[in-house]
Design a protein around this ligand. Structure first.
Ligand code: IMP
Length: 409
C-alpha cells in the first residue's frame, strides 16, 4: 500500500507532523521533491525536531527513509541536519538512503540564488537555499547528480572549488546511495509513505507561476521522485490548514487585510506560530481559500484531506472562509491561471460561528463541538472530498483519525 502525503496549499500545512504520525504503519518514508528550502517540524513528547532534507519518518527508530530522485540535496546541510539528529539521540546510521539520481546543491548556488532573485522581473522572495539554481541546471542538463560524485569522468571535469566543497562528504554519502526503483521492486510489497514538500500552489506547473518553487510538489511528483509509475500510488492525502499562509511574494487572494480584518493576521500568526522554519520569516496569513483548496483536490486527484491547526481557531467568535473570488465585478469559482486575476481578486467570504473552547483534548470526531463539525462538513461538501484526519494540536496524540488511510477501502 502506497500513500502520498502532500501539501494542498502554499506549503507549511503541517505535513511533518502528519508524516510522522502515519509513518508508524509504513516500511519506508520517501521524500520526493524540494530541498533544504522545506522546514518540517515534528514534536514528540518534550522534543522538537526541525527537518529540512530528511524525511519526517526518521524519528521512528525502525524506519528507513529515502531522499528521492526529485530532490535537490545540499550535502553540507544534510550532514549538519544528521549530526543535529544524532545530538538529539536519533540513531540514523544505516536508515538514510539517497537516490543516486537526486541532484546536488553546491554552496555557491545559495548566493547565486539570491542574486538571480534580485534581478528577476518579478522577484519571488526565495528561501535563498540554491534550490532554483540546482533545478535550473538540472533542466539545462548541466547539473551534478549524487551518483556523479563517484564517476571519475564527471568528477574530474568539476572546478577545483566545487570538488573542494563536495570532497568532505563524498565518502560519507557513498554507502547511502541506492537505486530506488530496484530497491522498491525487490522489496515489494511495502508500505511506502511518499512525503511531499512545499505545496501544490508552489508547484512549478500547477502553482501560482512564477511565484513558485522549482520542484514538482504535486502528487504526481511522488512517482517521478521515487522512480515508479503513477499506477503504483494507491492513495493521495492532501494536507491543509484551517486557514491559509504563504511565505515570500506572490498572489494570495484570501490574505487578511488590516482595513477589513483588523489585527486578525497577527493574532493567527502568533497562535499558529506562523514563522518560517527555514528562514524565520513571518508568514503571510489569510482565510481558508476553498477555491484554491478545491483546485488542489482536482489537480492532484486527492482522495482525502487532512486538516491541521484547527485548534488555532479555538478562541474565535466567528470564522470565515473564502468561497469564490470577485474580479472586476465577475465571480470566479475556479482557480485562475492568470496572475492579473489572482492579484486583483477580492475574496467572497462566508462566516461560521466559532466554538470558543479548547479542542486539543478531542480524540474522536464526535468529541468536536458542533460548530467545528459544521465548519469541517462545509469544507467537505465544497471540495467534494472527505476530511479523514484532523490535527488539533502539535503533538502526535492530538490527532483525530476518522478513517485510517492505510486500510484498503
Ligand atoms: P525557493 O524554493 O527557495 O526557490 O523559493 C520559491 C518560493 O517558494 C518562495 O516564495 C519561498 O518562500 C517558497 N517556499 C519554498 N519552500 C517553501 C516551504 O517549504 N514552505 C513555504 N514556502 C516555501
Amino acid at each position: 500500500m502506497n500513500l502520498v502525503i502532500m501539501g494542498a496549499q502554499w506549503g507549511d500545512e503541517g505535513k511533518g507532523k502528519i508524516v510522522d504520525f502515519l509513518a508508524a504503519e509504513s516500511d519506508i518514508v520517501l521524500r520526493y521533491s524540494g530541498g533544504a528550502n522545506a522546514g518540517h517540524t515534528v514534536v514528540i513528547g518534550e522534543k522538537t525536531y526541525k527537518l529540512h532534507l530528511i524525511p519526517s519518518g526518521i524519528t521512528h527508530a525502525d524506519k528507513r527513509v529515502v531522499l528521492g530522485s526529485g530532490m535537490v540535496i545540499d550535502l553540507e546541510s544534510l550532514f549538519s541536519e544528521l549530526d543535529g539528529l544524532s545530538g538529539q539521540g536519533i540513531n540514523w546510521q544505516g536508515r538514510v538512503l539517497i537516490s543516486g539520481r537526486a541532484h546536488l546543491v553546491l554552496p555557491r548556488y545559495r548566493d547565486l540564488d539570491r542574486e538571480m532573485d534580485s534581478k528577476r522581473k518579478l522577484p519571488i522572495g526565495t528561501t535563498g537555499r540554491g534550490i532554483g539554481v540546482a533545478y535550473g541546471l538540472k533542466a539545462n542538463r548541466d547539473g551534478i547528480r549524487v551518483v556523479d560524485l563517484f564517476d571519475s569522468s564527471i568528477w574530474e571535469k568539476l572546478s577545483a572549488e566545487d570538488r573542494a566543497a563536495l570532497e568532505p562528504f563524498r565518502e560519507r554519502v557513498r554507502e547511502m546511495v541506492v537505486d530506488i526503483t530496484y530497491l522498491l521492486y525487490k522489496e515489494k510489497p511495502l508500505n511506502i509513505l511518499f512525503e511531499g514538500a512545499q505545496g501544490t500552489l508552489l508547484d512549478i506547473d500547477s502553482g501560482t507561476y512564477p511565484y513558485v518553487s522549482s520542484g514538482v510538489s504535486c502528487a504526481s511528483g511522488a512517482a517521478i521522485g521515487a522512480g515508479i509509475g503513477p499506477k503504483d500510488i494507491n492513495r493521495i492525502l492532501g494536507v491543509f490548514k484551517a486557514y491559509s499562509t504563504r511565505v515570500g511574494n506572490g498572489p494570495f487572494p484570501s490574505e487578511f487585510s488590516r482595513d477589513r480584518d483588523g489585527d486578525l493576521e497577527s493574532t493567527i500568526r502568533e497562535l499558529g506560530r506562523e514563522y518560517g522554519v527555514t528562514t524565520g520569516r513571518p508568514r503571510r496569513c489569510g482565510y481558508l481559500d476553498l477555491v484554491a483548496l478545491k483546485y488542489g483536490c482536482l489537480t492532484n486527484s486527492i482522495d482525502s484531506l487532512v486538516m491541521t491547526h484547527l485548534d488555532v481557531y479555538d478562541e474565535m467568535e466567528e470564522i470565515s472562509v473564502c468561497t469564490s473570488y470577485n474580479f472586476k465585478g465577475k465571480e470566479f469559482l475556479n482557480f485562475p491561471a492568470s496572475l492579473e486575476i489572482l492579484e486583483g481578486a477580492m475574496p467572497v467570504l462566508r462566516s461560521f460561528k466559532g466554538w470558543r473552547q479548547d479542542i486539543s483534548g478531542c480524540s474522536r470526531y464526535e468529541d468536536l463541538p458542533v460548530e467545528a463539525r459544521e465548519y469541517l462538513e462545509f469544507i467537505e461538501e465544497y471540495t467534494e472530498t472527505p476530511i479523514d484526519i484532523i490535527s488539533v494540536g502539535y503533538r502526535r496524540e492530538e490527532t483525530i483519525v476518522r478513517k485510517d488511510p492505510w486500510t484498503p477501502s
